[in-house]
Design a protein around this ligand. Structure first.
Ligand code: SGN
Ligand code: CA
Length: 551
C-alpha cells in the first residue's frame, strides 16, 4: 500500500519535474531528494541504502598538480573541495603505471597478470566480471563517459559515450553506445557536458546511479583550452631537486627515453610550429594533424598565444642546461593549463549535485590512471615504479560516512576501487577480487590495514624505453626488480631518500631490511598469484604481437 502510493507519488513528481523544468534547478533538487528518500523508505532500513557513485578519473594527472597536496604549482579549488569536505589519501597508488592496464585493474579489482591487460598493446577482455556489471545487477543505472582506452564496446554500462583510444583535444570523435560522431569543441568541456546531460536527462531518476566520468586531460600532448592558453604564461617554475639526475646506481633509469631535455619534441610537445630547419622534428607531422583539426576560431586563439613564444624561442639560441630549463617551463605551462579545465568540470559536477539535493547520498572519488613526472629525474611520462608515477592523486567525499578534512595514510591501490564500490552498494565481494574495500579505512572504523603493496610493469620494448619490472613498497622501503634485458635489483629508503636517488641494494647497512623485503615480496607474489613463468608468458605474447625477437 505504502509502496504503491510512493510509486504514484514518484510518477507524479517525475511528470511535474518535466513540466516545470523551465523553472530551474530548485524544484528538481526537491524532487531528487524526495525520490531518493522514498527509495530508502520503501526498502525499509538504512542498511540497504545504495549511494550514488561518481568516479572521476583524469589521465596522467600528477598528485603534485593538485593544490590540496601542497606543492604550490597550480590551483585546483574544486578538486580540493573533495579533500576539505571529505578525505585525501597521501598514499594512493596504482598497480601498473600505464593507462589501459590501470583501467582494467580499476574495473576488475584484479592485478594485470590476472585480468590479462598487462600493457597498452594487447586487447582487454570485456567478457570478464567488472564492478560496473555487479552494480548494474544490483539495481544501479550505470554510465561511462570520456576516456577508457580499452578496445571494444564497454560492458556493464547502460550508457557509454567514450573517446576512441587516446582521443583528441580539439573537435574529438566520441563513440556513443557504439556509434561514432565528431563533436565540436574542447574535449574536457565536451566530456563534462556529456556527463551532466546524462545526469540530468538520460538516467532514470528513481534508481541509484554509477557514473564513470573520465577525462583525457592532462595527457600528452597537453593542449590547453583556448581560455586557459595563457594562464601560466608569466610563471617561471622551479624544477624539482633531481631534475639533473645522473642515474648513478640505477641502470634501468639511465636507459629511459622520456627526458625533458633529450626526448621532448619542440613542435609536438612544446608547440613551436615554425618553418625553420630546426623545427623539422621527428614528430612534427603528428602535431600538424592535431593542429589541422582546429577550426578557424580555435586556430586564431592558438596562434595568437603561441606565435610570440615561437618568435622569442627562435631568437634566443638556447642550449644545454638553459634549453633544458626552458623546455621544462614550457611543458609545465601547458600541462598545468589543461588541468584547469579538468578542475572546472569537477566544479560543475559538484554544483549539479548541490543544486539537485544529491550531495549527501553521492560518493565522489577523484583520481588519475597513474601519476606523472613533472621534471623529477629530468622526466615526463610515467611507467617506472618510482614514486611520482606509481603514486596518484586520490580524494573522496561521502558526507554520510566520511568526516570533512580526513587524511588517510594507509597504502591504498587502484586495485581497491572495485571492492570498495561493491561494498558501498551492498554487494558481496567475490573471492577472485584481489583488492580490498577501503570503506572502513576511510570512515575511521578500521585499525588494521595492509602494510605492503605490489607493482608490475610490462610494456617493453616500447615507447619511452622503461624495462619490465615488479616490486614491493612498504611504508618506508621499496624493492624493485628489473628482470628483462637486464637483471637489476634496487632498494630505496624513502624516509632518508624520498627522491629515490640512492639505490642501497648493495649497502651492507641495509642487509637485514633487504632480506626482509625479499621475503615480503615473495609472500605478495604468492598471495597475488604472480610468478616468473607468468612474466615469461606475458613477454612471449607481447613479443609475438609486436613481431619482435626475444633478447
Ligand atoms: C602515447 C604517448 C606516450 C604515452 C603513451 C601511454 N605518446 O603513446 O607518451 O606514454 O601514450 O600513455 S603520444 O605521442 O601518442 O602522445 S597512456 O596514459 O595512454 O598509457
Ligand atoms: Ca595515463
Amino acid at each position: 500500500m505504502k509502496e504503491s502510493f510512493l510509486n504514484q507519488c514518484t510518477a507524479v513528481l517525475t511528470a511535474l519535474k518535466i513540466a516545470l523544468l523551465v523553472f530551474g534547478f530548485g524544484l528538481t533538487a526537491a524532487c531528487d531528494q524526495l525520490v531518493d528518500k522514498s527509495r530508502k523508505d520503501s526498502l525499509g532500513t538504512l542498511e540497504v541504502n545504495q549511494p550514488n557513485i561518481i568516479f572521476i578519473m583524469s589521465d596522467d594527472h600528477a598528485y603534485q598538480a593538485v593544490s590540496a597536496y601542497g606543492y604550490g604549482l597550480n590551483k585546483t579549488p574544486h578538486i580540493d573541495r573533495l579533500a576539505s569536505e571529505g578525505a585525501i589519501f597521501n598514499r594512493g597508488f596504482v598497480s601498473n603505471s600505464i593507462c589501459a592496464p590501470s583501467r582494467a585493474v580499476m574495473l576488475t579489482g584484479k592485478h594485470s597478470h590476472i585480468n590479462g591487460k598487462v600493457d597498452n598493446i594487447l586487447p582487454f577482455d570485456w567478457g570478464q566480471d567488472n564492478f560496473a556489471k555487479a552494480l548494474q545487477k544490483a539495481g544501479y543505472e550505470t554510465a561511462l563517459v570520456g576516456k577508457i582506452h580499452l578496445n571494444g564496446l564497454p560492458q556493464g554500462f547502460d550508457y557509454s559515450n567514450v573517446l576512441p583510444g587516446q582521443g583528441q583535444y580539439y573537435n574529438p570523435d566520441f563513440i556513443e553506445n557504439g556509434i561514432k560522431k565528431r563533436l565540436n569543441g574542447y574535449v574536457t568541456s565536451i566530456t563534462t557536458d556529456i556527463a551532466l546531460d546524462w545526469l540530468e536527462h538520460k538516467r532514470t531518476k528513481d534508481k541509484p546511479f554509477l557514473l564513470l566520468y573520465h577525462q583525457k586531460a592532462p595527457h600528452r600532448t597537453w593542449m590547453p583550452e583556448e581560455k586557459y592558453l595563457s594562464l601560466f604564461q608569466d610563471k617561471n617554475f622551479k624544477p624539482p631537486s633531481n631534475f639533473f639526475d645522473d642515474y648513478k646506481g640505477r641502470i634501468a633509469a639511465s636507459r629511459h627515453e622520456m627526458g625533458i631535455y633529450k626526448d621532448m619534441d619542440v613542435v609536438y610537445d612544446l608547440k613551436m610550429l615554425d618553418k625553420a630547419e630546426k623545427f623539422q622534428t621527428p614528430l612534427r607531422g603528428a602535431f600538424e594533424n592535431m593542429y589541422q583539426r582546429m577550426d578557424a576560431n580555435q586556430r586564431g586563439a592558438w596562434d595568437a598565444h603561441y606565435n610570440p613564444i615561437i618568435k622569442d624561442f627562435e631568437s634566443s639560441g638556447l642550449k644545454g642546461q638553459e634549453l633544458a630549463l626552458w623546455k621544462y617551463n614550457r611543458y609545465m605551462q601547458d600541462y598545468l593549463a589543461t588541468i584547469q579545465s579538468v578542475d572546472d568540470g569537477v566544479g560543475q559536477i559538484l554544483d549539479y549535485l548541490d543544486a539537485n539535493g544529491l550531495t549527501e547520498n553521492t560518493i565522489v572519488v577523484y583520481t588519475s590512471d597513474q601519476g606523472f613526472y613533472l621534471g623529477e629525474h629530468g622526466w615526463f611520462d610515467k611507467r617506472f615504479m618510482y614514486e611520482e608515477s606509481f603514486r596518484t592523486p586520490l580524494l573522496m567525499r561521502y558526507p554520510k560516512e566520511i568526516e570533512p578534512g580526513t587524511i588517510i595514510e594507509g597504502l591504498v591501490q587502484n586495485l581497491d576501487f572495485a571492492p570498495t564500490f561493491m561494498d558501498y552498494a551492498g554487494i558481496e565481494i567475490p573471492e577472485a577480487v584481489q583488492g580490498e574495500s577501503f570503506r572502513d579505512l576511510v570512515s575511521g572504523e578500521l585499525s588494521e590495514w595492509r602494510d605492503a603493496i605490489y607493482y608490475t610493469y610490462y610494456e617493453f620494448p616500447g615507447e619511452h624505453h622503461v624495462k619490465r619490472h615488479y616490486g614491493i613498497r612498504t611504508d618506508r622501503y621499496k624493492l624493485i626488480h628489473f628482470y628483462y634485458d637486464i637483471d637489476e635489483w634496487e632498494l630505496f629508503d624513502l624516509e632518508k631518500d624520498p627522491a629515490e636517488m640512492q639505490n642501497v641494494y648493495e649497502d651492507p647497512a641495509y642487509e637485514e631490511i633487504k632480506n626482509k623485503m625479499h621475503l615480503q615480496l615473495n609472500d605478495l607474489r604468492i598471495k597475488y598469484k604472480d610468478s616468473d613463468s607468468l612474466n615469461q608468458y606475458h613477454l612471449d605474447r607481447y613479443l609475438s604481437a609486436k613481431g619482435l625477437e626475444k633478447k
